[in-house]
Design a protein around this ligand. Sequence first.
Ligand code: HEM
Length: 117
Amino acid sequence: MDVLQKIILVLHLLGMAAIVGGWLAARKGRTMSEVVVWGARAQIVTGLILVGLAEATKDEGSALNYTKIGIKLLVAVIVVAFAEIGRARAKRNESSSTALDAAGIGGVLNVLVAALW
Ligand code: HEM
């Protein structure tokens, strides 16, 4: 793994921390946190870059697990959708706690997919 790949992986892990940590920190206030929104956006960008770099640097004949990647992408799109919906609702002073919980739980789900699959 080259330096660029490591840097993007660190950003990917910080994005994950922003979603899960931001969710847990914001739960008491029951309002969507900007930290969660930016973490959710970052995961899609850094995740896709990681896939591109892994594809470019993999050994001849080996293959990436695109089923796993596809599921992670699907979950991440759902997470960012809930984060953006919650952000918009919070701006209008409407309840965003369900969207906040959904984004946080989705983030945890993607950690499980990443680590256990
Ligand atoms: C909520 C969104 C996401 C979370 C919480 C998350 C979480 C994680 C975590 C904890 C890891 C490190 C563990 C491991 O190496 O398996 C990881 C790695 C990785 N993730 Fe994600 N991820 C998310 C979204 C995505 C997306 C959307 C993609 C791509 C479409 C992606 C692609 C990858 C790849 C390729 C790695 C492996 C990096 C490597 O070891 O080379 N992730 N992810």
